[in-house]
Design a protein around this ligand. Structure first.
Ligand code: CUA
Length: 164
């Protein structure tokens, strides 16, 4: 009799565990389909050990230009413990900027305050995010993924200049 009751309790735990697993799984699915949470889009892959020799990361510009003539400034940055390069980067006000970022070592974050830029930078992957700065001034690029002992010191700057 006591054995039967224990078994019943265990069976309840089993059901509860399976229900929880299903609930968590549904939460992940919902976060992808409803909230749009996902890893950076697959914008390409790059060998993190050879990053500095691989285009476009072999040609970092602190005053990035519209290199492909599509009206968007093409800014390329490298994230590494514990800095962004180049730093600062200078862009004009009011023009769309596409940031192409990759990491030389571990996972970093790429958040720019006052604009809607918030991405992960994963070694081996290329992250692309765009922003338009409507106000001239200085913006901070913040690493918001814990990346090691110097994580809290890791930031860069975007200087937005008044247009011509
Ligand atoms: Cu890089 Cu935190």
């Amino acid at each position: 009799m006591a054995g039967f009751q224990l078994e019943k309790g265990e069976r309840l735990f089993l059901y509860a565990t399976v229900l929880l697993l299903i609930a968590f799984f549904m939460a992940i699915i919902a976060s992808i389909s409803e909230a749009g949470i996902h890893l950076p889009d697959d914008e390409g892959q790059v060998d993190p050990n050879n990053l500095l020799n691989t285009a476009p990361f072999n040609n970092l510009q602190d005053r990035p230009q519209d290199t492909d003539g599509d009206g968007v400034i093409d800014a390329v940055l490298i994230a590494k413990a514990y800095a962004f390069e180049p730093n600062p980067i200078v862009v004009p006000k009011g023009q769309e900027v596409e940031f192409t970022v990759s990491s030389q070592d571990v996972i970093h974050g790429f958040l720019i305050n006052d604009v809607a830029v918030n991405a992960m930078v994963i070694p081996g992957h290329i992250t692309k995010v765009t922003a338009t700065f409507d106000e001239a001034g200085e913006y901070n690029i913040i690493c918001h993924e814990f990346c090691g002992i110097g994580h809290q010191t890791m930031f860069g700057r975007v200087i937005v200049e008044e247009g011509p």
